[in-house]
Design a protein. Structure first.
Length: 431
C-alpha cells in the first residue's frame, strides 16, 4: 500500500491494534478502579479517569516518539546506554522504592519510575545489534558468552532478586531472540546452565541470610515482648515465597483454604472467570473488582472476562496475536537484519508478558505481578510498551518508504522505455 498522503506511515494494522488496546484500557481500567477511587480519591471517578487518560496519552506520545526516530539510531543508542542502564538497575536494587514488597522503582522529580522496563528495551535492541555485528563469530562459544550471554546474565542478575518474573521473561525473550538469530542451541544451553547455577548460589545465600536475620529478629522480639502473649513471625526467604505461589496452582486435590494469604488472589480471579459467560456481565458490572488486589493491573484480564466474557477475552488475545504476526511479516522480508531481529525480540517480549498476565488471571500460572501490556494501569509500563510499538512502527515506515521508492523507480524506468518502443514500432511500419 502506498504511503503517499498518509499522515502516519508504517504498518496500518499495528496502528489500529495500538489504538484498540488503548480504548480497551481506558474502558476497563475505569471500571476496575472502583475500590481504588473510593479509598484514595473520595469516590471521585472523574479524577482517576483523567489521570489514566493522561497516562495513556503519554504512552501514545512515546509511541509517536519511537516512530519518528529512525530505527537505525536505536542500534548505536543501545550500545551507549547498556552500561548506564545496568548502573541504574544496581542503584534501584540497593536504594529503590518498595513496590509490592520489593525494590522495583526509583523516584525522579517525584515521579515513580521502574528501570527494569527500560532495561528490557535496551537489552533486546543491543542483542539484535550485536548479532548482526558479530557475523560469522556468532557460531563461536567464547564470543557468544562475552558479547551476548554476559549482558543477558548481568541484566537478569540485577533484576531477579526483587522481580523474578520480569527477569525470567527478559531471559526467555533474549534466548528466543538468540535462537532466531542463528546462535547454536548448545551455546544457548551453556547460557542457561550458567543462569541456573547463579540462581542456585543466590538462593543458598538468601536462605542463609534470612535464617541469620530471623534468629536476630526473634531474639530481639523475645526481649521486647517478655511477659506478653505474642507470636514471632519469621521472614520468608525467596524459596519459600516462590514455592507458596506455585502451591496455589498445584493444590487442586488437597484440602486448603482458598482465601488464605497464598491463594486468595487467584481464588477471586477464578470466581470472576467462572461467573462470566460468552458475552460477560456487561461493562462496569464486575463484582470481583472489589475483592481482587490490583484488578486494574495484575488481574485486569480477569475483569475483562467477567465483564465482556469469552468474546472480550478472545478479542484482546487476537489483538496481541495480530501484532506479533505483523512483526513476523517484517522478519520474513528482512531475515537476520538488525531491524527484523529488534522488532521480533520486542514483539515477543510484549506477547510473552501478555500471555503470562492472562495465564495468571485464569489460574494457569502462579502470581507474577506482570501487567497486561498497553492495557493495565501503570505509567512506566505504558510508556515502555508505547515506545516499543513506536520502534516497530519506525521500522515498518522505513520498509514502506523503500518499497515506494523501488516502485517509483520501476515506474520511471517504464516511462523512459515507452517512447523508445513506440519509435521502433513506427520505424518498422514505415519500412
Amino acid at each position: 500500500m502506498s504511503s503517499r498522503g498518509k499522515i502516519l506511515k508504517g504498518d496500518s494494522v499495528i496502528w489500529i491494534v495500538a489504538v484498540l488496546l488503548g480504548i480497551i484500557s481506558l474502558i476497563v481500567v475505569y471500571s476496575a478502579t472502583s475500590a481504588l477511587v473510593f479509598n484514595n480519591y473520595g469516590g471521585n471517578t472523574g479524577k482517576l479517569l483523567m489521570k489514566h487518560s493522561g497516562t495513556l496519552l503519554i504512552g501514545f506520545l512515546m509511541m509517536l516518539l519511537g516512530y519518528k526516530i529512525d530505527y537505525r539510531h536505536y542500534a548505536k543508542a543501545s550500545r551507549l546506554l547498556l552500561v548506564p542502564c545496568l548502573a541504574l538497575l544496581l542503584y534501584t536494587l540497593l536504594f529503590g522504592r518498595n513496590i509490592n514488597q520489593a525494590s522495583r522503582a526509583i523516584n525522579i522529580f517525584g515521579i515513580s519510575f521502574q528501570p527494569s522496563e527500560v532495561s528490557k528495551i535496551i537489552l533486546i535492541t543491543y542483542l539484535a545489534r550485536q548479532m548482526v555485528m558479530m557475523g560469522d563469530r556468532i557460531h563461536k562459544l567464547k564470543d557468544v558468552l562475552l558479547q551476548l550471554g554476559l549482558p543477558i546474565l548481568l541484566t537478569a542478575l540485577l533484576i531477579f532478586p526483587e522481580n523474578l518474573s520480569t527477569a525470567a521473561i527478559l531471559v526467555t525473550a533474549s534466548l528466543v531472540l538468540l535462537f532466531v538469530g542463528r546462535v547454536k542451541f548448545l551455546h544457548l544451553m551453556v547460557i542457561v546452565g550458567i543462569a541456573v547455577a547463579g540462581l542456585g548460589l543466590y538462593l543458598l545465600y538468601d536462605a542463609a541470610k534470612t535464617s541469620i536475620g530471623n534468629k536476630k529478629a526473634e531474639k530481639t522480639f523475645v526481649e521486647n515482648t517478655e511477659g506478653v502473649s505474642a507470636t514471632f513471625k519469621p521472614k520468608q526467604n525467596r524459596i519459600r515465597t516462590w514455592s507458596n505461589r506455585l502451591s496455589a496452582i498445584g493444590q487442586k486435590d488437597k484440602e486448603y483454604d482458598p482465601f488464605d494469604d497464598h491463594h486468595y488472589q487467584q481464588t477471586y480471579a477464578k470466581i470472576a472467570v467462572a461467573t462470566s459467560s460468552v458475552f460477560g456481565k456487561g461493562p462496569g458490572k464486575s463484582e470481583q473488582r472489589n475483592f481482587l488486589p490490583h484488578p486494574y493491573s495484575d488481574f485486569i484480564f480477569a475483569i475483562i472476562i467477567e465483564e465482556y466474557g469469552l468474546a472480550g477475552a478472545i478479542l484482546v488475545l487476537l489483538l496481541y496475536i495480530i501484532l506479533f504476526t505483523r512483526v513476523l511479516r517484517i522478519v520474513s522480508k528482512r531475515p537476520f537484519s538488525f531491524g527484523a531481529l529488534m522488532a521480533f525480540g520486542l514483539a515477543f517480549l510484549i506477547i510473552l508478558q501478555a500471555m503470562i498476565n492472562m495465564g495468571v488471571s485464569i489460574g494457569l500460572l502462579p502470581v507474577t505481578g506482570q501487567p497486561l501490556p498497553f492495557v493495565s494501569m501503570g505509567g512506566t509500563s505504558m510508556m515502555a510498551t508505547g515506545f516499543i510499538i513506536g520502534m516497530i512502527l519506525s521500522l515498518t515506515r522505513n520498509i514502506e518508504e523503500e518499497e515506494n521508492e523501488a516502485h517509483k523507480a520501476e515506474e520511471d524506468e517504464l516511462e523512459t522505455l515507452e517512447p523508445t518502443e513506440t519509435t521502433d514500432e513506427t520505424d518498422e511500419s514505415e519500412s
